[in-house]
Design a protein around this ligand. Structure first.
Ligand code: FE2
Length: 319
């Protein structure tokens, strides 16, 4: 493995394009994001955690513009601008939240932004009683659990998944430019050398991080398979499912279930322009001592419970 140019700290946001920002905002609000800033031609949505925004929509024909990652320092931005082929210089982010950015193009042609110094905001209030009480009888003695009809309380952005005919090359690019490392790989059942998918996490040394921040899945063409947002807990995910189902019954694609690799409880929704947005909770968390594994596709890509992936999920590759 080559030494990466930098090691990103986390995923930051997705930048999409949509013809109607009202329609986009209505869906994202029902999904559980909250407006941070709305301009004439751009929509910035935030989650409960302090990030200024975790989702940007620019006005125009539907498109996936870029996936953004947070750098650990401004020096890392400078290093990336200097050493990555095709990188932009370090630019000022001339939009709400500010900060600085380097733009790259990943192996499949998807835009990548690496950012630093973006403003943070006060966390949003959430129903912490549900959250932290757990289900221990002692912790909720004398209290009543009542969950109203409401969207999920999205916590943060968790990961992005790219569909690609070139899994191995895509993983190599992402390792070299973003410093992400393999957690689990999946190969075809009848050929150990044919990579089907690769789950990659942030490299934080001894620090524990989500099982994957970026995943690559084999597909005839390349594009965004989905973006994924962490919610508070299973109650929060299920309440959000009911809320979305009542308002957008035809936009539900897959879930609720629990993945095998990463082990997240998941629920997938299509936005008004067909881009997949996932809710998840309860990921495996790994560090550099967790090792790396390979699995057969028939085992690795299964749901531990819930339905298995529909064809429409496997076909998702938005450009
Ligand atoms: Fe996912």
């Amino acid at each position: 493995m080559v030494e990466p140019i930098i090691r990103v700290a986390d995923i930051a946001w997705i930048r999409l394009r949509s013809p109607d920002l009202d329609t986009q905002e209505a869906f994202l609000s029902d999904f559980g994001l909250v407006r941070a800033v709305r301009l004439n031609d751009k929509l910035f949505m935030r989650a409960a955690d302090p990030s200024h925004h975790v989702h940007i929509t620019e006005k125009g024909d539907p498109a996936v513009i870029a996936i953004a990652f947070r750098a650990r320092s401004e020096d890392d931005l400078k290093k990336l601008a200097r050493e990555a082929s095709g990188a932009s210089g370090v630019e000022n982010l001339d939009e709400p939240g500010g900060g600085k950015r380097v733009r790259l193009t990943e192996y499949n042609g998807m835009g990548i932004e690496v950012v630093h110094g973006v403003e943070t905001l006060t966390p949003l209030p959430i129903e912490t009683r549900v959250l932290n009480a757990g289900y221990a009888k002692q912790a909720r003695a004398g209290e009543f659990l009542r969950i109203g009809a409401r969207p999920s309380q999205v916590k943060r952005m968790g990961h992005a998944v790219i569909s690609t005919p070139h899994v191995e090359e895509s993983v190599a690019w992402a390792h070299q430019h973003l410093g992400i490392v393999r957690s689990d790989d999946v190969h075809l059942d009848d050929d150990e050398n044919e990579l089907f998918a690769s789950f990659n996490r942030v490299d934080d040394g001894d620090g524990f991080v989500d099982h994957h921040v970026m995943m690559f899945g084999r597909h005839a063409s390349s594009g965004l398979n989905h973006v994924s947002y962490e919610v508070q807990d299973l109650d929060d995910l299920a309440a959000g499912h009911d809320y979305l189902k009542a308002r957008h019954p035809d936009r539900h694609l897959w879930g609720i279930g629990r993945h095998t690799l990463g082990a997240q409880i998941f629920d997938y929704w299509q936005d008004p322009y067909g881009r997949l947005h996932e809710h998840w909770t309860d990921s495996d968390v790994l560090n550099n001592h967790s090792g790396y594994r390979r699995h057969k596709r028939s085992l690795g890509m299964r749901s531990q419970w819930g339905t298995q992936a529909p064809q429409a999920f496997r076909d998702a590759a938005s450009r």
